[in-house]
Design a protein around this ligand. Structure first.
Ligand SMILES: Cc1cc2nc3c(=O)[nH]c(=O)nc-3n(C[C@H](O)[C@H](O)[C@H](O)COP(=O)(O)O)c2cc1C
Ligand code: SF4
Ligand code: SF4
Ligand code: SF4
Ligand code: FES
Length: 598
């Protein structure tokens, strides 16, 4: 490999790409060519660095200069100043990465300080479209090790001893699942990777596939060896075109290098992988529905048992794991199960990747050891709440989960403590909410999602969740009664108990958890016809402060509903019957005389 004096890493994750990082990459190639630096500087398009809120991001090594919010028009300056003259362009540096004139290493930046990257180890480090870079970072070494030094039983024993639990939501012990699939009778077995990822706000699996597709391919081959399977499938949603493209490139490269196909690494082990595209239905992430979808039918769940490990794809034993679960496997094989088991908490080992979104300064992709507290994530990594607002709650587990209130911020995050709080790990979406968020409205948001995504096969989910949604709509529009709250709770428990699959069984969780921690907000909506967070439009009043109003009439001119009247130089008034609460008058009033009242 040629030696370069500088490496320019341009983030090619979806967040940065949507901010124009592809143009930035092209601009670097062009400028480097025009300055004749091609033999000295290498430009690499990587996966997500994590700090998506500051994207597009460019990192230049060996200095480790961390440029954020870069535009293609900045590239010439970076090349001329930094790459040619060795002068770092300070105005483009991520502000926290510069301290007393010194560049802090990436690990010293607060966002990264408490993180530990195992599943994301290569994301933002290597070019995901180049297998040689993956190999340079110990890629396929774990596969070589299992094929040449370990028996399938040993591999399963290591996965069991590592304590790894499934990262797709449920947290089932991975090694045990591998053992079930290995022991199931039959010559034909399948390995499936669940890359459906339908949770609103979650994009961990997509980022792993975009940033490090070979780690999943390698792990699937290891799983194939461990359970005795020759064929794998990755089920990925078609709305993830970049992940699909990078996966296709990686599978083809692995085949070319003899790492997939027959006689892998000169042994008699045979394994190949195909991609299956999903149409983006949330229920298709449920394992039985996913397999039905791969078989070419409508993705509807079926009762379990039989579990996939016994009777899965086309009735054959099938091992099904999540993308992040697989991404951990090669490291466990290389560093050993004890190393992995030493990270995390007693019953939740290793790390977890979260997509940190919502009302937090540093939104992005993070990976932390299990046991990290909500406070550490929100305050230290997330950089706190924007605009000096108060932290109210964090929703984990998406529509299947619930929220953790501010009073429980010091809870260490692991599978069991989250379940004890009435929420769950889920796949790793983490939505931060501030004081302006109405918890009844949040429950309604997730329930709307569930009602839309229910496959309709069983009545509790098809009809029951719709009834729950109707009650929530009644409450947020100011027409709810105390009996409605009781009915809501009753329905929630009965749907949980009677729905056929996980979608319906977990759909009431956001309602139950908000009722548990924020019951007073429900009651304020019902008893006082008031939304304490000031978020439910129907319960808001837009009012003019008579003392502040100068009677300029600007608000009346701009009101689309003709709800404002008055005489110039006298206080104006709003007709609450006509007001549609659009907020235009608040924005337009030059004297800040108009405000929302909860
Ligand atoms: C409605 C529903 C949607 C799901 N969506 C996903 C998903 O997008 N990705 C995923 O890995 N698991 C999803 N799961 C969990 C899977 O059914 C399955 O448990 C998981 O993929 C197993 O892999 P793991 O053991 O590695 O976690 C979903 C479950 C339900 C009930
Ligand atoms: S619980 Fe909902 S999604 Fe699951 S089978 Fe029943 S109707 Fe379909
Ligand atoms: S909120 Fe909209 S509709 Fe209501 S008074 Fe103001 S501008 Fe008019
Ligand atoms: S824009 Fe403000 S100051 Fe002018 S009339 Fe309306 S409320 Fe009064
Ligand atoms: S997509 Fe670039 S940092 Fe996440």
């Amino acid at each position: 490999m040629p030696l370069y004096r500088s490496h320019v890493l341009v983030c090619g994750g979806t967040g940065c790409t949507s901010g124009g990082s592809d143009k930035i990459y092209d601009a670097f190639l062009k400028e480097i060519e025009s300055f004749n630096l091609k033999d000295e500087v290498q430009v690499i398009c990587t996966g997500c660095f994590g700090l998506c809120a500051e994207g597009p991001i460019v990192i230049v090594y060996p200095e480790g200069a961390f440029y954020s919010r870069v535009a293609d028009s900045d590239v010439k300056e970076i090349v001329e100043e930094h790459l040619l003259k060795g002068r770092i362009v300070k105005r483009l540096l991520y502000k926290e990465s510069l301290e007393e004139g010194q560049i802090k290493s990436l690990n010293e930046v607060k966002f990264y300080k408490k993180q530990m990257r195992i599943a994301l180890r290569n994301c933002g480090v290597i070019n995901p479209e180049n297998i040689e870079e993956y190999i340079a970072y110990d890629g396929y070494k774990a596969l070589a090790k299992v094929l040449t030094e370990m028996t399938p039983e040993q591999v399963i024993d290591w996965v069991k001893r590592s304590g790894l639990r499934g990262r797709g939501g449920g947290g089932f012990p991975t090694g045990l699942k591998w053992e079930f699939a290995a022991k199931a009778p039959g010559n034909v077995k399948y390995v499936v990777c669940n890359a459906d990822e339908g949770d609103p706000g979650a994009y961990m699996d997509r980022s792993i596939l975009e940033g490090d597709p070979h780690s999943v391919i390698e792990a699937m081959a290891i799983a194939g060896y461990a359970i005795g399977s020759k064929q794998g499938y990755v089920y990925v949603r078609a709305e993830y075109p970049l992940a699909v493209k990078r996966l296709e490139i990686a599978i083809n490269q692995a085949r070319e290098y003899g790492l997939l196909g027959k006689n892998i690494l000169g042994t008699d082990f045979e394994f190949d992988i195909e991609i299956r595209l999903g149409a983006g239905a949330f229920v298709c992430g449920e394992e039985t529905a996913l397999m039905t979808s791969i078989e070419g039918h409508r993705g509807e769940p079926r009762p379990r048992p039989p579990f996939p490990a016994v009777k899965g794809l086309w009735g054959k034993p099938t091992l099904l794991n999540n993308v992040e679960t697989y991404a951990n496997i090669p490291v466990i094989i290389l560093k050993g199960p004890e190393w992995f088991a030493s990270i995390g908490t007693e019953k939740s080992k290793g790390t977890k990747v979260f997509a940190l979104v919502g009302k937090v300064n540093n939104t992005g992709l993070i990976e932390v050891p299990m046991g990290t507290t909500v406070r550490e994530i929100v305050e230290d990594i997330g950089g706190g709440i924007p605009g000096g607002k108060k932290f109210k709650a964090v929703q984990t587990g998406g529509p299947s989960g619930g929220c953790i209130p501010a009073s429980l911020m010091d809870t260490p995050i692991d599978f069991d403590s989250l379940t004890a709080l009435g929420t769950m790990m889920g796949s790793g979406g983490m939505i931060v909410m501030d004081e302006d968020t109405c918890m009844v409205d949040i429950a309604k948001f997730f329930l709307e999602f569930t009602v839309d995504e229910s496959c309709g096969k069983c009545p509790p989910c098809r009809i029951g969740t719709r009834r729950m949604l109707e009650i929530l709509q009644k409450i947020t529009s100011g027409n709810g009664t105390m009996e409605d709250i009781e009915k809501l709770e009753e329905l929630a428990y009965s749907i949980k108990d009677s729905a056929l699959c996980g979608l319906g069984q977990t759909a009431p969780n956001p309602v139950l958890s908000t009722l548990r921690y924020f019951r007073d907000e429900y009651e304020a909506h019902v008893k006082e016809k008031r939304c304490p967070a000031g978020a439910c439009k129907a319960l808001l009043r837009i009012v003019i402060d008579r003392d502040l109003c100068k009677g300029c009439g600007i608000c009346a001119k701009n009101c689309p509903a003709n709800a404002i009247t008055g005489q110039i130089k006298k206080p104006f008034e709003i007709d609450q019957e006509k007001c549609i609460k659009c907020g235009v008058c608040i924005e337009k009033c030059p004297f800040k005389a108009i405000s929302k009242k909860a």
